[in-house]
Structures are given as structure tokens and as C-alpha cells.
Design a protein around this ligand. Structure first.
Ligand code: UTP
Length: 408
């Protein structure tokens, strides 16, 4: 893309200020800026205008979860089915590690955070140790796909290499990068983070499969015989990955997907709950849960919307392929965006100063015909690290690790 084309693209999007420093840039910087303008999709910003429609939801009704008692009754059967799929190389694991982890406040990728007390125990290490349990039991490696972003790719790859992948076989680890989206001020004007660089943010975890596809990683996985992908967040240090019982239950129920869920600890807990939306599997975010839904009861008199998702989903690859081209809803998130002020000086804001745009993995569920909510024991499988202290923090995760006999 040359200067004229770039200016045309920016003008059409109302963003021509992004080239205001062009004349004072070096040749190399000019090229970087032109390449970025070429690659950037500015149309996400126009979603600001349609904001009001963002949260219009269909008719919400309950979707029964497979609860612990039912799972325990058929545990052996599910486990055998799942383990067989793992042994045959049909199950891959996708680590979503492209987020910025801003709430935790570390400059490094979240997985590099050391939660150890008497020794080093990194978040990545905990996840790999959990996955190794299944690898050992199945006597088969589970292909591990790691999604990073422009902001943390090098650090993530470097760290895992430096630590020898914490015992995982390198040939079974594949990295791919997610896309970035421009970040803008409250008027919808993109910020610049350098005179030659538009501010961008990872575009949310919802684009994981299309990024995996664009990188050729999904095709390779299919060629290798992977039929199921277990997608999981970087921050839950207790989660079971490629868990045979979960995999077996989803296969046995012939579902397109499965979602690990936990019983909420309070009706207003900040966790998205599984439901049906216009008859399709879906997730209502906690801030969308009305008083009426919060208090609704199912036919047994139990709370109807009480199973929260923990960002651990199993997807059938054939069904992912069907929805690959679908546009997921865009979520507009207020954020602190570093920027250049009118004098061209770098500013790191203390409070949110604009928007970033994200697609979310939970919106993929609605696109599928079926999804099995699968209950897991909360204190055994859910120790998310979002914050440094308080709720869902390093402190709370350490407590839960201790409770589960994990030495830190
Ligand atoms: P979170 O919603 O907790 O976001 O991500 P975050 O960016 O990690 O943290 P905050 O909100 O800035 O504090 C849930 C999971 O989705 C991944 C994260 O890495 C985490 O595993 N994620 C999030 C991505 O892979 N890409 C994204 O663009 C956003």
C-alpha cells in the first residue's frame, strides 16, 4: 500500500490524523505505518454507532446442565470413551494466551507469572503439569496449540523455550497469533502509540479458530486427525485439560460442543451462565442477568440459571469449520489506552480513555446446534487468576492449590 492508498483508506474511515507525523518519519517507519494501515480493519470502530443494539438478546430459557450425580453414575463409561479419543490423537488443546492481563498488572504475559511460594511455579507450568496427567494416562501426546498476540508472542515463545516447555515435547506445541484491532478515543478516533504506529489491542478470544485457520494450524490439526479442540484460558491454574471424562460425555451425547461449568457461589456471582436463547445453546453474561432470571426456578424448584462457564470448552472441529466465516458480535470495552498527546509525547493514562473491540469465545456457542454444560467440582477445577489480590486472585488461587495438595 502506498501513501496515497493509505490516505484514501484512512479518509474513508475518518482516521486521516493517523498519518499526521508521516513527513517526519524515517523511511522504515513510514513503511511500518503503511503496512499497518493496510492490515487494519477500521470497520470495527463503526460499531460504536450501533452500540444500543449490542445487547439485544433473544428469548432466554434454561438449559439443564449434566450435574455431578449424573456424571458420577456414568464416569467409567465417559472416561473410557474420552481416553480412547485422546489415545487416538483426536483431541487437541488450545491455550488462549493472547490477552493483556491488565488486571493482574504484570508487564509480562500472564502465563509467566510465578505463583510459587517456596519454589518457582509459573502459571504456564501449572497448566502443562495438568495436561501431562492426561498425556501420561493415555500414553499419547495431546497436540497443544498456543494462541499469542502481537503484544506477547516473542516473550511467550521465549519463556516456554527457556523452560524447555516444562517437560512438554516441543514438537507437540504449535504457536499461532491472534489478530489485533485498533483502539480509539471516545469519539471513535484511533489513538497513536508511536508516530508510526496506531494503538491496537488483541481482538478478544473469540477469533481463536479463524486465527488458527489463517495460520494454517487448523488445517494441519485436521490432517493430523484432530477432531476435538479443548479451548481453555491461561488463568485457571487448576483446570483439567483434555479431561477424558468431559471429552467422553460430549462425544457420548453427540454434542457439537461442551462447556465446563461450576455451580455459582451466589445468585449474583460475576460469571456467565449457560442457557438457551431462542432454543439455541447460549451464555448470558452476569451483567445481562435480570433479577427475574436470577430468581427463576427450574421444574425441580432449583435455580434455573445456576451453572457458570469457566472458559473451558470442547468444540467438534467439523462444527467449527461450519461457523468459521460467521461474524461474531463485537463487544466494546472501555480501556486505558497509551497514546501520544497533541505534542507527540507518550501518555500512559491512569483511567480508561477509550475503547477496544473484542469478539468472545462464548459467542461461538450460540452458533452451534448443541452444547453440553458439564458440571465440575468448583474447588477442584476453578482457580482463576484475574487480579493480584482479593477475588479471583493470586492469593485465592494459591489457597485452592494448597487445598488440592499442589506444592507452591
Ligand atoms: P480475560 O477476559 O481475563 O482478559 O481473558 P485478559 O486480557 O487476559 O485480562 P484483563 O481483562 O486485561 O485483566 C480470558 C482468557 O482469554 C484470553 C486470555 O489470555 C485469557 O486466557 N484472551 C483474552 C486472548 O487470548 N485474547 C484476547 O484478546 C483476550
Amino acid at each position: 500500500m502506498d501513501y496515497k492508498q493509505a490516505l484514501e483508506k484512512l479518509t474513508a474511515a475518518g482516521q486521516e490524523h493517523a498519518m499526521q507525523y508521516y513527513e517526519e518519519l524515517t523511511k522504515e517507519q513510514q513503511e511500518l505505518l503503511l503496512a499497518q494501515i493496510d492490515a487494519t480493519d477500521f470497520s470495527v470502530i463503526s460499531s460504536l454507532k450501533d452500540r444500543k443494539e449490542e445487547n439485544v438478546r433473544g428469548m432466554i430459557t434454561p438449559l439443564a446442565a449434566m450435574q455431578r450425580a449424573q456424571i458420577c453414575e456414568r464416569e467409567e463409561e465417559f472416561h473410557a470413551i474420552g481416553l480412547d479419543a485422546v489415545k487416538k490423537g483426536k483431541v487437541g488443546a488450545v491455550l488462549l494466551a493472547g490477552g493483556m492481563g491488565t488486571r493482574l498488572g504484570s508487564d509480562n504475559p500472564k502465563g509467566m507469572y510465578n505463583i510459587g511460594l517456596t519454589k518457582e511455579v509459573y502459571i504456564f507450568q501449572r497448566l502443562i503439569e495438568n495436561l501431562m496427567d492426561v498425556v501420561k494416562e493415555a500414553d499419547a501426546w495431546v497436540p497443544l496449540y498456543v494462541m499469542t498476540s502481537d503484544k506477547n508472542h516473542e516473550a511467550t515463545v521465549g519463556f516456554l523455550r527457556e523452560h524447555d516447555f516444562f517437560g512438554y515435547r516441543e514438537e507437540y506445541v504449535t504457536f499461532f497469533m491472534q489478530e489485533m484491532a485498533p483502539a480509539c478515543d471516545y469519539q471513535g478516533k484511533v489513538y497513536l502509540e508511536e508516530k508510526w504506529k496506531i494503538s491496537t489491542s488483541p481482538n478478544g478470544n473469540g477469533g481463536w479458530y479463524s486465527s488458527m485457520y489463517k495460520w494454517g494450524v487448523a488445517k494441519k490439526a485436521m490432517e493430523d486427525g484432530v477432531e476435538w479442540l479443548n479451548v481453555f484460558a491461561v488463568d485457571n491454574v487448576l483446570q483439567r485439560i483434555a479431561d477424558p471424562c468431559f471429552v467422553g460425555a460430549v462425544i457420548s451425547n453427540q454434542c457439537a460442543a461442551g462447556a465446563k461449568v461450576v455451580r455459582k457461589c451466589a445468585p449474583d456471582e460475576k460469571i456467565g451462565v449457560m442457557c438457551l436463547e431462542d432454543g439455541r445453546p447460549s451464555i448470558v453474561e452476569y451483567y445481562e442477568l435480570t433479577e427475574e432470571l436470577m430468581n427463576a426456578k427450574d421444574e425441580n424448584g432449583d435455580p434455573a440459571y445456576y451453572f457458570g462457564v469457566i472458559l473451558n470448552y470442547l468444540f467438534r472441529v467439523a462444527d467449527l469449520e461450519k461457523i468459521r466465516e460467521k461474524n461474531l458480535p463485537l463487544h466494546i470495552v472501555e480501556k486505558k489506552i497509551p497514546y501520544l498527546d497533541a505534542e507527540g509525547r507518550k501518555v500512559k493514562p491512569e483511567a480508561p480513555n477509550g475503547y477496544k473491540f473484542e469478539q468472545l469465545v462464548l459467542d461461538m456457542i450460540y452458533e452451534l446446534d448443541s452444547c453440553l454444560p458439564f458440571e465440575v467440582v468448583r474447588n477442584k477445577e476453578f482457580a482463576p487468576i484475574k487480579n493480584a489480590t482479593g477475588i479471583d486472585s493470586v492469593e485465592s488461587a494459591r489457597e485452592l492449590c494448597k487445598e488440592n495438595g499442589i506444592e507452591l
